[in-house]
Design a protein around this ligand. Structure first.
Ligand code: PRP
Ligand code: URA
Length: 208
């Protein structure tokens, strides 16, 4: 199921990311801020419970501290997913973080896994994070790898996607909720999202 998170503040920050003149530092800052803003919608249905821990308010009243029912694991797809992690972790400071290493073959656009490490937590929500959802190959390979380790409760948070990538994930993993800040027009012949924002990894890390 796809949710496109529409918000004027996200749209304004998205324009910073899309602008080819934006330098790495400003790009990273805007990406992190958008990731934080997306949390409001992407996690609005997370179950909570009143824990046994009692807190006192300044008025002297006592109440149970509210906690998230499920532990959260953030699973950024390397490299570009790293750029959204701090923004999400600010909203869920108790989240633990794993890493999934993937690269897309530039010619075939096939994804290849080169690293996988997730924390061992019982019954967590695993949040797969990657700014770009192009063919959907990397997201699907990451989700497969996560499911192979027995995790069941998985969400995918991306920034920009195209219908082709959404369709590919929905077909292979209909149980995974997908969140985007923008559904763009198409992929070009090199597999880049149009209008998109270019190569997210290169722009975050200044590698080109
Ligand atoms: C990019 C992006 C996604 C993937 C999306 O990563 O960050 O992981 O491409 O494309 P897909 O939906 O067609 O699989 P890339 O392989 O360029 O690696 P990088 O993040 O290390 O630059
Ligand atoms: N990966 C990127 O970094 N950008 C795209 O447009 C597509 C895949």
């Amino acid at each position: 199921m796809l949710t496109i998170i529409k918000h004027p503040l996200i749209d304004v920050k998205m324009a910073i990311l899309r602008d080819e003149r934006t330098k790495s530092k400003e790009f990273r800052e805007a990406l992190e801020e958008i990731a934080s803003l997306m949390c409001f919608e992407a996690f609005k249905d997370l179950p909570t419970y009143p824990s046994d821990e009692i807190i006192k308010t300044p008025t002297g009243a006592a109440m149970h501290r509210t906690k998230l029912k499920n532990k959260v694991i953030l699973a950024p797809i390397l490299r570009a997913g790293i750029g959204m992690v701090d923004g999400i972790r600010k909203m869920i400071p108790t989240a633990r973080t794993g890493h999934i290493g993937m690269y897309r073959d530039e010619k075939t656009l096939e994804p290849h896994e080169y690293y996988f490490k997730l924390p061992d937590v019982p019954n967590p929500l695993v949040v797969v994070i990657d700014p770009m959802l192009a063919t959907g190959g990397s997201a699907n390979l990451a989700i497969d790898a996560i499911k192979k380790r027995g995790f069941k409760n998985i969400r995918l948070i991306c920034l920009v996607g195209v219908q082709q990538g959404v369709d590919a994930v929905e077909k292979a993993n209909p149980d995974v909720k997908i969140f985007l800040a923008s559904l763009d027009d198409r992929l070009n012949e090199k597999g880049y999202i149009i209008p998109g924002l270019g190569d997210a990894g290169d722009r975050i890390f200044g590698t080109k």
